[in-house]
Design a protein around this ligand. Structure first.
Ligand code: SAH
Length: 396
């Protein structure tokens, strides 16, 4: 097997079980390997450390499959690891009975570059690394076996594939082709998922618990849901008895899907929902010029800082929306504010929100720190796996 030899001292992070090997840590590759091939990862002194997938085009030159240097990486390995990830979810009480479930969360489930989301009897698979690409068949077979799902759809069109030298690839891998969207039930709400054309694999499963929390907070409140996508928070607010819900997103198709989601749940008073297609940054300013104020505001923007390099610009954007969020709240009002940027850590995010409250001239406190649902685990040695952070704030 080809050997990827690390530069002197660079084995430390691998010994601490961090699954990435950056270009700067590599001394040389002994032998020949094609993208995605399995290599033996060894220290400069030749000690075996792990088995990893080779990604020559990426700054992340190798991603660890196993920290056991003797582990054979074959179909059986993927069968076991995928089955383990699926079984993990089955024991978590909050996840039982959910139609929409993340089954594989990349590195945090020991499968770098692999995302798998289950929507009813369909699994949507996203592969983002050369190693994952090589094992597509083994992973699809393992998913079919572990879940018993009828269909597997591949949705590998994420931009990050470009960094690995991979082009986009989407289509049915297993089962009878079907037409999107499909309907899932989340905490009793029927929601549609367009796995072929929607964002990511079609839906933002990480926000499941926070949408539910929004329901519990909404009773009698005037609600503003910014970056509403297909209306998950909005429908929960209606389910929780909100007086009115104004939802804003810049995407026409997302808003059309949101309107249909309201029709899928005819038990809710649809006349209390108002959908607006607009840029949130502008819409918040316009709202501020008017009289209308809110008792509960959700701010769930897209990833504004994919990496630390974008953190400063992103910080200004987060500050901006949170500032207007605070300004638009009635006394006693609640702000559910989120960041899914890898480049903005929880401490920085709290600082930004605190700065926004000061500039808005409000006295605010944090009632709860919020994160992703438990089907999005974070590897202990892989803090990069924590994307979603949120704060529930109340103004005085
Ligand atoms: N809260 C949603 C997920 C939000 S994803 C849920 O629970 O499902 C982020 C959304 O922000 C996307 O729908 C995207 O269309 C929208 N978006 C991105 N930039 C925007 C902007 N400047 N103004 C308004 N919406 C924007």
């Amino acid at each position: 097997m080809p050997r990827l030899v690390l530069a002197a001292g660079k084995e430390r992070s691998v010994l601490r079980r961090h699954p990435w090997v950056f270009a700067g840590s590599v001394d040389r590759l002994d032998g020949r390997a094609r993208p995605g091939d399995t290599v033996d990862l060894v220290s400069a002194r030749g000690e075996p450390l792990a088995r990893a997938a080779w990604s020559p085009q990426s700054q992340i030159r190798a991603r660890v499959w196993s920290f056991d240097p003797a582990q054979i990486i074959d179909d059986a390995f993927f069968k076991r690891t995928v089955a383990g990830a699926v079984a993990r979810r089955a024991c978590l009480p909050g996840l039982r009975g959910q139609d929409g479930l993340r089954l594989i969360h990349g590195e945090s489930d020991g499968l770098p570059g692999v995302i798998a989301d289950r929507y009813g009897d369909t699994v949507v698979l996203q592969l983002t690394s050369a190693g994952a690409e090589k094992w597509r068949d083994a992973i699809a077979n393992a998913l079919a076996k572990a879940t018993g799902c009828a269909r597997i759809y591949e949705r590998s069109d994420s931009e990050v594939r470009g960094l690995e030298g991979l082009g986009p690839r989407s289509g049915w891998l297993r089962g009878e082709p079907a037409q999107p969207p499909l309907l899932i039930e989340e905490h009793g709400l029927r929601l549609e998922v367009d796995y072929a054309a929607g964002h990511k694999t079609g839906f933002y499963l990480d926000q499941r618990d926070n949408r539910r929390l929004c329901r519990d907070l909404a009773d009698g409140r005037e609600v503003l849901n910014c970056f509403c996508y297909t209306g998950g928070f909005s429908l929960n607010a209606l389910a929780g008895g909100a007086a009115r819900v104004l939802s804003i997103d810049s995407s026409g198709p997302a808003l059309e899907s949101a309107r249909r989601n309201l029709e899928h749940n005819p038990q809710f008073p649809g006349e209390r929902a108002e959908w607006r297609q607009a840029d949130v940054f502008e819409a918040l300013r316009e709202l501020k010029r008017g009289e209308r104020r809110f008792d509960l505001i959700v701010l769930d923007p897209p990833k504004l800082a994919p990496s630390a390099a974008h953190a400063e610009r992103a910080a200004r954007a987060y500050k901006d929306i949170n500032l207007f969020g605070f300004r638009l709240l009635n006394p006693g009002g609640l702000l559910m504010t989120y960041s899914c940027s890898g480049g903005v850590g929880p401490e920085l995010f709290q600082k930004i929100v605190a700065g926004a409250a000061i500039d808005a001239g409000v006295d605010a406190r944090i009632l709860a720190k919020l994160g992703a649902a438990s089907d999005h685990p974070v590897g202990l040695a892989f803090p990069e796996g924590e994307y979603l952070k949120g704060l529930l704030c109340q103004v005085g």
